[in-house]
Design a protein around this ligand. Sequence first.
Ligand code: SF4
Length: 142
Amino acid sequence: MNFFSTAAKKSPWLYRINAGSCNGCDVELATTACIPRYDVERLGCQYCGSPKHADIVLITGPLTARVKDRVLRVFDEIPDPKVTVAVGICPISGGVFRESYAIEGPIDRYLPVDVNVPGCPPRPQAIIEGIAMAIEIWAKRT
Ligand code: SF4
């Protein structure tokens, strides 16, 4: 294994997909990026702006009918091996939007989910714990 693959194993890039969230989970995700107390970069990872650069994808929201095709298309752009984290109860079960006519989720009907972080919204500590689990899974796959 060369230097770059060793370093890359310890430095996964995170990408966020909003699948119709109310933004509550996204605000908590933002705290893991912006507030030093919760800073997720101490785990060695960082958020990126392109799905093509991502290793771990964090999905919020219940997967609405309106965004489903776009979410699946963006998810396909993330190179393998990728690890998927469902953030909040919405992608896991539909949450408060469950059984709505506008909802196509839960998200695992369409995508493989590796880590669930329940909560409405989950606390930043729970999100960071989920990301840490995702990093372990990702390191085993690379
Ligand atoms: S889990 Fe709660 S906070 Fe998160 S998107 Fe769903 S309703 Fe909003």
